[in-house]
Design a protein around this ligand. Structure first.
Ligand SMILES: [Zn+2]
Length: 93
């Protein structure tokens, strides 16, 4: 088993542990929406980083899902109507 050649002195030990502390986070404002974000991170509000759209946000995804669902429901309702018209037309003959 490897063993340290010398004892770590109190001064060396304390110098090392002096850099181990919690630093305050650096906050900046998003260039696109002025939302407060941590620096060097994508804005969760608008999905922008360095003035470019990087990520689809949770809100946008929810909105897209809702629109797709509504479109699908409308399509199904139309299909149902068409089917009912066809069947009623056949009964009339
Ligand atoms: Zn933003």
């Amino acid at each position: 088993m490897p063993v340290p050649k010398r004892k770590t002195s109190k001064a060396r030990r304390d110098q090392r542990s002096s850099t181990k502390f919690i630093r305050a986070k650096c906050f900046v404002k998003c260039s696109n929406c002025e939302h407060t974000i941590t620096s060097h991170q994508i804005c969760e509000q608008c999905g922008f980083y360095k003035g470019r759209k990087i990520m689809v946000t949770k809100l946008e995804r929810a909105k897209n899902r809702k629109e797709t669902k509504q479109a699908l429901q409308a399509k199904r309702a139309q299909q149902q109507k068409d089917l009912e018209q066809q069947t009623s037309g056949k009964e009339g003959q």
